[in-house]
Design a protein around this ligand. Structure first.
Ligand SMILES: [Zn+2]
Length: 367
């Protein structure tokens, strides 16, 4: 993959370096489980056999005439040598995490090198995603008889995950994202609420560009906790993309690291009330913000309180010395427009989705 591609693996190294410098790799209740490549059977939980063969062929340098029809080519999804091995390994990390959750060896597992593949479709690479590890792990958990609520807070709509579970109640998928009117992949409106038996189990909360911490949290609160409580999952499965950050170069939301962390704290509460917590990373293309956010997320998972200041060992830039960002809240006309847009989305979710779960608008159960 070229050095200019936004999804450079260096973002995971930056995050891991900060996690280690913050002392989290040595925290008493944190252990590091090595990843392994996902098996063919695991990959086929999310992808067609045809697609898997094409990825393997292209990865080893063979020319696959089916490449373009599977979404590969210049741009977001370039073909590169070792593509199969690299993606099997990051996906395998998520499978290892899911297995640790299922066998009860941990209540919380986090693979921050997973989750960014949430756009990949059964037979098509998309949006930097080759193997959709979230689909693979969610379906695997569902096959073990576990109820899975998938909550995707990446700035982009989790379209690949939605598509995989669209026609069934197998997994409840909830995606909060910048509206598809303004951002790739263009989908994720409230009316995409599931098909047949899956109607009501595909939840989308499109948000306005410039949505800041407070507005985001309000939309989250109005939708996510009531649905998760009504669904009663065994596993809360979260995709923790950080491309909602105000410094992110390819999106337009305005969250800070502390705003992202406030959402993740609520996810921890929901997971603790309902079962176990499987977390993956996701997008996020301001490397410093990504490293700070996932370090804070892991601290929340491990119940560790970080100092406010970044460890001196990992200077981000001379002007960033704390985990938290210094950003003035959005105000005035922009904030009013944001609020109006988001309130419309929330009202639509209440109308379209809540009745399927016996919920009224305030999130209470109707009797
Ligand atoms: Zn994203």
């Amino acid at each position: 993959m070229s050095a200019s591609h936004p999804l450079r693996p260096v973002r995971w190294k930056r995050a891991f370096d900060l996690i280690a410098a913050a002392g989290l790799t040595k925290a008493p209740n944190v252990s590091i489980i090595p990843p392994r490549p996902a098996t063919d059977d695991e990959i086929k939980l999310g992808h067609s056999a045809d697609y898997l063969s094409a990825v393997k062929a292209m990865s080893s340098g063979l020319n696959s005439p089916a490449g373009p029809s599977h979404g590969f080519g210049p741009g977001d999804n370039p073909v590169y040598g070792g593509m199969y091995e690299a993606n099997a390994l990051t996906s395998g990390g998520t499978m290892v995490a899911a297995q640790a959750i299922a066998d009860g060896s941990t209540d919380v597992a986090f693979n921050f090198a997973g989750g960014h593949q949430h756009h990949a479709m059964s037979d098509r690479a998309s949006g930097f995603g080759v193997f959709n590890d979230t689909v693979m792990a969610a379906r695997w958990l569902a096959n073990q008889g576990m109820r899975v609520a998938y909550i995707d807070i990446d700035c982009h709509h989790g379209d690949g995950v939605q598509a995989s579970f669209y026609g069934s109640q197998e997994v409840l998928t909830i995606s909060l994202h910048e509206s598809g009117q303004f951002l790739f992949p263009g989908t994720g409106n409230v009316k995409e609420s599931g098909r047949d038996a899956g109607h009501g189990y595909s939840v989308n909360v499109p948000l306005a560009p410039h949505t800041s911490d407070a507005a985001y949290l309000d939309a989250f609160e109005a939708v996510v906790p009531p649905l998760v409580k009504a669904f009663k999952p065994d596993v809360v499965f979260t995709q923790l993309g950080v491309d909602t950050h105000f410094l992110d170069p390819i999106t337009h939301l305005q969250l800070t690291v502390q705003g992202h962390a406030a959402v993740v704290r609520r996810l921890r509460e929901l997971a603790a009330e309902n079962g176990r917590w499987l977390a993956v990373g996701g997008g996020g293309y301001d490397l410093g913000a990504v490293a700070r956010a996932w370090t804070v997320d892991l601290a929340i998972m491990a119940g560790v309180t970080l100092s406010a200041d970044l460890p001196a060992l990992v200077p981000e830039s001379p002007s960033v010395t704390t985990y938290a960002d210094d950003l003035e809240p959005t105000e005035g006309l922009v904030e009013m427009q944001v609020r109006n847009f988001n309130e419309r989305s929330v009202a639509q979710v209440h109308e379209e989705i809540f009745p399927h779960f016996g919920l009224t608008q305030g999130g209470r159960r109707s009797s």
